[in-house]
Write a protein that binds this ligand. Structure first.
Ligand SMILES: C[S@@+](CC[C@H](N)C(=O)[O-])C[C@H]1O[C@@H](n2cnc3c(N)ncnc32)[C@H](O)[C@@H]1O
Length: 621
């Protein structure tokens, strides 16, 4: 279906192409429609591509072309439907929407309604959306229906039959179900059309220096995030691949060289490789570097499978006296003795593989095995030991865990090997992004990154998360050094006092509020921002003029003070020589972020830190 604005954009592209024989650039579309940013222009292009009105092949500025329109159907919008308290069902057609036949199927009659209220948000239906309904009088259990109850009151709910009654279930945990003996079904939802366009240019009401734009199209709720090598090994606060890809497609082009200055496990680098960008990745956590390399190095899946099968064969034959027990502090606290023996045999068998890339790739599955067979609670980012009965009964099937992960990883690599662009490269640097890492000045076409949310001690402890794996897979000469990683990351060492020269009013205000309650926490926050400012300077150095730097950041809560990291970055960056072009707010639907963690650093103490993040789009002047 095309909305009014999408139709206007399509008409503009058609006219432009008729005149110039090539498509307008995103910037031209932005200017023509007075859009807030090129990412909004990109949004319209993607929508037109998804709906089949534009060709998809390149997804580059000027690389769009119109295609012959698919078979379309006009559907009347019959009014509003309450996704909250029922409202009177009045059907007065006010407008129509055009939809391609493929989107709703060939059968049945359809109508559309505008949604009011928030009772269906867990089903991805939001206030202002349009739902397309297939007319029918019966529905299956669990389907989302237009239900008319009482005296012609209509509502949008999930329908269940229970003990001779009907339950109309909201998809919002804060609301109660409605029970009725009789319900009239007027159709089932077959398509949801997000009302993004009104949200795209929506700003906040407060009189702020910068504007945050809420844009649900960046949520990617329910989408697959583990394709290719993305599913290999967990890592805290990973990029949603779709976010990385959309940023890359909007702000860079094929053949460009991009950089992720906090690359972590390498999600943006994987996407770069898949869409033909050369990429640098920088990180200061050795495990992250190890993972990013494994995820971005294509390996022939046949060779890989052959080595993997030979490895399984070998491991069973290794005797207890042939292994070397690793020697690091507290190993017996974190692993049971028989687990250590099994892990050591597995590691020996992996180390015997001659091809280093294959050895490293299988070592990643080993790292996952270390994590899942240790005595730690695997759902935590910090190292927390299981206790009591649970610990007593803990008897992990080490080889079984390894097989599960290795086979999943090989499947991911098979797809990556097939789809990775052969002439693109990825270079991964172990280094501190606040320093010069040898990347030439003015050489990078685009920087895409997600920095840490704050210091490791009170947010995500990347080093602690990585420690046991890092100690087993020998990424440190002395495995005991693994416990020092968090101190070296941004904000790892608190400042001596609160004096600073950073030019940010938002930071100043937050520091003052936090310091009133807890000076030590304010010093952590300052230290993080001092480090971040140095990283922004380095980013400015390596980026070409007029090119884009996108940061996906979280505005964390410290001592009940919400720190506007997005605005702070905008202020700091503008002092350095960037212009802040856009701040887009997205929801974090997955479980990739610790929405609840322990900022108080007391185990078990939970405090909400964030469930939204901002995408700050900077452009070098
Ligand atoms: C939010 S994570 C990035 C996750 C990544 N986008 C992914 O998909 O896996 C932030 C990363 O910043 C790294 N980091 C923290 N301080 C750093 C510094 N000074 N230099 C380089 N990397 C740093 C951490 O080790 C962590 O891997």
């Amino acid at each position: 279906m095309l909305t009014k604005k999408q139709t206007q954009v399509l008409d503009f592209i058609k006219l432009y192409m008729a005149k110039h024989s090539y498509a307008p650039s995103l910037d031209e579309i932005k200017k023509k429609f007075k859009l807030a940013s090129v990412s909004t222009a990109h949004y319209y292009i993607s929508k037109l591509q998804d709906a089949g009105f534009l060709n998809k092949e390149h997804n580059q500025p000027r690389a769009v072309s119109t295609v012959k329109a698919k078979q379309t159907v006009e559907i009347p919008i019959l009014g509003a439907i309450a996704a909250g308290q029922p409202i009177e069902a009045i059907e007065i057609p006010d407008e129509t929407i055009t939809i391609t036949r493929d989107e709703i199927g060939k059968q049945g009659k359809h109508y559309a309604l505008r949604v009011q209220g928030s009772s269906m948000i867990d089903e991805g239906i939001f206030d202002g959306d349009i739902v397309v309904i297939r007319k029918q009088e019966v529905a299956e259990n669990g389907q989302t229906v237009v239900a008319v109850i009482d005296d012609n009151q209509a509502t949008l709910k999930k329908l269940y039959r229970e003990n001779g009654k009907f339950r109309l279930q909201p998809a919002n945990p804060t609301l109660f179900p409605i029970y009725r003996d009789e319900v009239e079904v007027r159709g089932v939802v077959v398509k949801i059309i997000r009302n993004l366009e009104s949200q795209l240019d929506q700003g906040q009401s407060r009189d702020e220096k910068y504007v945050r734009k809420i844009d649900y199209s960046w949520d990617y709720r329910g989408e697959k995030t583990k394709s290719h090598t993305h599913g290999i090994h967990t890592y805290p606060a990973m990029f949603i691949p779709q976010v990385g890809r959309r940023l890359l497609e909007t702000y860079s082009k094929e053949g460009d060289t991009i950089c992720d200055i906090f690359c972590g496990s390498g999600s943006a680098l994987v996407e770069s490789r898949l869409i033909g960008r050369n990429a640098y990745g920088i990180d200061l956590n050795p495990l992250a570097i190890f993972l990013a390399k494994a995820k971005t190095t294509p390996i022939n899946p046949q060779k890989l499978t052959k080595e993997y099968l030979a490895l399984l064969d070998r491991v069973g034959k290794i005797k207890d006296n042939e292994i070397k027990r690793p020697d690091f502090k507290n190993i017996d606290f974190w692993f049971k003795d028989k687990v250590i023996v099994k892990l050591a045999k597995l590691k020996k068998a992996i180390r015997e593989i001659k091809d280093e890339t294959i050895q490293n790739f299988l070592m990643v599955a080993f790292s996952e095995t270390v994590r899942y067979s240790s005595n730690t609670k695997t759902g935590e980012f910090k190292l927390v030991r299981v206790k009591g009965d649970k610990l007593e009964k803990h008897d992990p099937d080490v080889i079984g865990i390894f097989r599960k992960h290795a086979e999943k990883n090989i499947a991911g690599m098979t797809d990556f090997y097939k789809d990775a662009k052969k002439d693109s490269w990825t270079k991964i640097i172990y280094g501190d992004s606040s320093k010069d890492n040898g990347i030439k000045a003015n050489s990078i076409d685009c920087i895409i990154t997600s920095p840490p949310y704050g210091d490791s001690r009170t947010t995500v402890a990347y080093g602690q998360f990585s420690r046991l794996s890092a100690q087993w897979i020998d990424v440190f000469d002395d495995p005991n050094d693994a416990s020092g990683v968090d101190n070296d990351l941004l904000g790892g060492r608190a400042t001596k006092d609160l004096a600073h020269k950073l030019s940010s009013d938002y930071l100043k205000e937050s520091l003052e509020k936090i310091a009133k309650q807890d000076e030590a926490r304010a010093k952590d926050v300052l230290s993080f921002n001092l480090g971040l400012n140095e990283c922004l300077k380095q980013a400015h150095r390596i980026l070409k003029p007029k090119k884009y730097f996108c940061l996906v950041v979280g505005n964390r809560l410290v001592k009940q003070v919400r720190i506007s990291t997005d605005f702070i970055i905008a202020e700091l960056a503008e002092k350095i020589g960037f212009t802040c072009e856009d701040i887009i707010v997205r929801n974090i639907p997955g479980k990739r972020m610790p929405i609840k963690n322990s900022p108080t650093n007391i185990v078990g103490a939970l405090e909400e830190t964030m469930n939204k993040e901002s995408i700050v789009v900077l452009r070098k002047n």
